[in-house]
Write a protein of this length. Structure first.
Length: 226
């Protein structure tokens, strides 16, 4: 009973804690207003996704375009292309896919079979190697295989999110670990945006564990409704 009460309190306070944290750090570091909006909108987007709130899609639409610009200025062309060519249209498509799958303002969550999980892993591994080879051919490309891995995991997780599978959060945990590493490298190489991007993706990582719990509970709750 005590555990359930603690979880409910954390669930209520959690979004405000993360958004307050990023606001304070951005102010203390005197980051530009634009970079603050990129970080804040990105964090709000993933918090709403973890809570199964359809508002994640319009918020994410702004973040996709803004983050693509930051990626471009840092020589991360895979990240740039992913956001402009993939996340923008899927943000629109995701809205419509979720729109009729809501109950009490929360999307109906579900889980994959064990066989589908294996095929998902194999597909991600093969696509990462192929994209990494392609990106390595671009002279100004930074960390091609990490960039490729984050792209592949992002695409796979986005489709899982659009179709409401809880396994998206396992991919997001891996994605966020490698993206923190990628932006840490850019930060140490002198990127002026590196510090805030490391913070943003680290908070994404924290949120992905929260999302994994929320969607696990949601999938269990919705078993008889799907």
């Amino acid at each position: 009973m005590q555990t359930r009460s603690t979880w409910k309190n954390l669930d209520k306070l959690y979004p405000y804690i993360l958004l307050f944290t990023v606001s304070v750090v951005a102010a203390a570091a005197r980051e530009s207003f634009f970079l603050f909006t990129v970080t804040f909108s990105g964090l709000l987007c993933v918090i709403l996704a973890a809570r199964g709130n359809i508002g994640t899609y319009p918020v994410g639409l702004y973040n996709c375009v803004a983050y693509a610009y930051v990626a471009y200025t840092n020589g991360l062309y895979g990240e740039m292309g992913l956001n402009l060519l993939f996340f923008v249209p899927t943000s629109i498509a995701g809205w419509f896919l979720w729109k009729n799958k809501m109950k009490d303002r929360v999307v109906l969550m579900r889980r994959m079979s064990a066989t589908k999980r294996v095929w998902l892993f194999v597909a991600c591994a093969v696509c990462t190697v192929g994209l990494g080879l392609a990106l390595s051919l671009i002279d100004t490309q930074k960390t091609p295989y990490i960039d490729a891995l984050t792209n592949v995991l992002s695409i796979a997780a986005t489709f899982l999110m659009m179709y409401r599978f809880q396994e998206q959060w396992f991919l997001y945990i891996s994605l966020n670990v490698f993206t923190v590493l990628m932006w840490s490298i850019r930060w140490f190489q002198g990127s002026p945006e590196g510090r805030m991007m490391v913070l943003m993706w680290f908070l994404y990582l924290v949120n992905s564990f929260y999302g994994a719990v929320k969607w696990h509970l949601g999938a269990q709750k919705n078993r008889d409704l799907l």
